[in-house]
Design a protein around this ligand. Structure first.
Ligand code: KIV
Length: 272
């Protein structure tokens, strides 16, 4: 596999991300939740590193993103922000931190920005939270919207299936996308919706649309642990696996155990 050559090493800004759509350049976004992974992902040349609330699943083993707290997200985001030099770092606002009121949402958003060093936040939802999004952007915080399968609403949806297949939901999603653009979001993530609808949204809004399980868009986002094959059993249709780290790690750990048990590790060269 080829390494990606980073042409411009300057820190990526919201303006640069929006310009990429105008220039027809695709945006590559990946998650990270810790310093080491964020450093690798940034050095490889991604445009945006997302401290996703999928940390709840991937890091903590929860079934949904709902249990992760603002303090836990702040811990992950700080670690990532410390590592990243070039990419934009965006952090998810966790469940319950922005749905109650505009005031509480703005206060939590300010806290997350002040205590982490990230470059912006991502919130799930459209019309229902548009006033809060306006308040956060008015406070000077860049925001990415998130529509379609919004995992914080998994219990409302009744599962993690494809969203907006029916006309009414597709129409609402299109309206929400326009509202997010009008409110000042600099980008929108669309998760698990039909590719045709994604295309329509890409054409209807001037801000970049970043897809996950949503077909072609202005950019793509994946959970890094998933695309690296860390979880052997997670194989949704939309996921392309670029490595098989589950087996790589399993083999390495297996060899280590053998070497320890048969006494071949450490050797003389590995001893003081
Ligand atoms: O939390 C997350 O990782 C996300 C991506 C799946 C878009 O929101």
């Amino acid at each position: 596999m080829a390494a990606y050559i980073v042409e411009d090493t300057k820190k990526i800004t919201t303006q640069k991300i929006m310009q990429m759509k105008k220039d027809g350049k695709k945006i590559a976004m990946l998650t990270s939740y810790d310093y080491t992974m964020a450093q690798i992902v940034d050095q490889a040349g991604v445009d945006i590193v997302l401290v996703g609330d999928s940390a709840s699943n991937i890091m903590a083993g929860n079934l949904t993103t709902l249990p992760i707290t603002i303090d836990e997200m702040i811990y992950h985001a700080r670690s990532v922000a410390r590592a990243v030099k070039r990419a934009m770092v965006i952090c998810d606002m966790p469940f319950g931190t922005y749905q109650v009121s505009r005031e509480e949402g703005v206060r939590n958003a300010i806290r997350m920005m002040a205590q982490t060093g990230v470059d912006g936040l991502k919130l799930e939802g459209g019309e229902e939270i548009i006033d809060t999004i306006r308040g956060i952007i008015n406070a000077g915080i860049p925001v990415i919207g998130h529509l379609g399968l919004t995992p914080q609403s998994v219990y409302k949806f009744g599962g993690f299936g494809v969203r907006a297949k029916e006309e009414a939901e597709a129409t609402k999603l299109m309206n929400d996308a326009k509202l997010l653009e009008q409110a000042g979001c600099f980008s929108i993530v669309l998760e698990k919706i039909p590719a045709e609808l994604t295309q329509k949204v890409c054409q209807a809004v001037s801000i970049p649309v970043i897809g996950i399980g949503a077909g072609a868009a202005d950019g793509q986002v994946l959970v890094a642990h998933d695309m690296l094959g860390m979880n052997d059993s997670f194989k949704p249709k939309f996921l392309r696996r670029y490595a098989d780290l589950h087996n790589v790690i399993n083999d390495a750990v297996g060899q280590y155990i053998i070497d320890v048990k048969d006494g071949s590790f450490p050797s003389e060269a590995e001893s003081y």
